[in-house]
Write a protein that binds this ligand. Structure first.
Ligand SMILES: [Zn+2]
Length: 113
């Protein structure tokens, strides 16, 4: 499962950060998950519960998901628009010359101890 793989990456990074800072327990991890990142937050938190509770460092540690709205930029008219709503075609000028500005991220935003 895609989400489980991501959970293992998160756990590895959090463990590394905890070791660097001499932290013995983490109470929450905040993730930035882009709207078009293909990650399903519910699956992610389910996998997290299962995997995190196996780690002493992460027992009862909560995974919080911060959803980042997807925004595209149009090279035709230099304006931004909502990716999920309009897809690849700019709603301002109709140009297909657009690219994703943000909304694809899967990253740790904050580790709360
Ligand atoms: Zn445009």
């Amino acid at each position: 499962m895609h989400e489980l793989g991501i959970v293992f990456y998160i756990i590895r990074d959090v463990k590394e950060a905890a070791r660097e800072h001499d932290v013995e327990h983490v109470s929450a991890v905040v993730m930035n998950i882009g709207e078009v990142s293909m990650v399903v937050p519910e699956y992610l938190t389910d996998c997290w519960r299962w995997a995190a509770d196996k780690e002493e460092l992460l027992k009862d540690c909560e995974l919080r998901v911060n959803t980042i709205p997807a925004v595209s930029f149009c090279d035709g008219c230099q304006q931004e628009f909502e990716t999920v709503r309009y897809g690849k075609t700019c709603p301002h000028c109709g140009s297909p010359d657009t690219w994703l500005l943000r909304g694809n991220e899967v990253e740790i935003k904050e580790i709360i101890v």
